[in-house]
Design a protein around this ligand. Sequence first.
Ligand code: TRH
Length: 377
Amino acid sequence: MRPTWDIFCSVVDNYGDIGVTWRLARQLVAEHGLVVRLWVDDLGAFARLCPQADAQAAQQYQQGVDIRLWSASWQPCEPADVVIEAFACTLPAAYLAALAARPRKVLWLNLEYLSAESWVEGCHGLPSLQANAVQKFFFFPGFTAGSGGLLRERDLLVQRLAFQADTAMRDDFLRGLGVQPITDARLMSLFAYENRGLPDWLDALAAEPQPTQLLVPEGRILGDLQAWLGCANVRVGDAWQRGQLHIQVLPFLQQDQYDRLLWSCDFNVVRGEDSFVRAQWAGRPLLWHIYTQQADAHWEKLDAFLALYVVGLSPAAATALVGMWRAWNAGDGMGESWQALLPVWPEVAEHAENWCLEQASQPDLAAALVHFYLNWI
Ligand code: TRH
């Protein structure tokens, strides 16, 4: 019999929690032939990523995944062979009791947040005995061989390379989004939280000799964009030109389409966790708006990633890149740091592809999870 997997997702805020678990669930079904239930407590957030979904249906199949509403009133059910609680969400007490009582043992995993910090390797895969006398294992995604790796579909890079090699395919895709590609413009996507650093950067882009075409999927940065444009009620499809800067607001895309947007662009601004990883698979220079944590803990995470990412860059390129990432996350000095990046652009662009290929040489997270399970049984 095929092993069954339960993935639990509590949507804390934004789209990262459901973005990661939906992607993982699909991959476990499509590439490993597993039977997967994805329990999510906010079907509205899920339907944003998967518009075919019915946000009112307590159970439905989407792309082979059994999607279940994780409602406050839990109905008893048989636990799966493998249970993943994503990002330390608390499993229903009745489910935990059933898990402990199940005659055939259950592998219980906590899928942690992504971090490049060095302690991750020491904690990845460690067990911890729980109150119900069942062991729970901590599974850490990451960028190094001692971690659980990153989510990456089997044919992702092949698809990406074919797409990027075919300008007509890219232009068709963009036109399908209502975007008319501008010849010789630098194409960029912008997905970020609110950021005080935006106006300074947009001023710099507008004043550059080279045109920039900036595509902005609907999201939290629109307020800052609106303020800079001096326009009320910025809406999907709206477009503006200020100096050399052309801006267009896009709808929030399906995950696969968002990948194509990242592949299409010369530079991607991303945030959180999942879009950050997807931009790395795009093989193009990126800028990460990290999710702010209490006591500024996110700065350590940011610096830990940068320390890994800049290996192989010349000192000048590393300084420019780190400077810009820190400026964006501080919301200050973006105009200046953007100017500092331009002279090292070709090197940073080549490095983005090398980093992608290096990361892709490691096992992907879904395969690592399956491997962990096979070793455990
Ligand atoms: O939305 P995020 O900021 O999410 C997260 C979570 O909120 C989480 O609680 C927090 O801890 C974490 O950040 C660090 O960013 P993220 O992770 O990039 O998720 C966005 C998802 O939305 C991702 O799967 C890509 C997808 N997406 C689309 O599908 N279409 C789009 O148009 C865009 C812009 C994004």
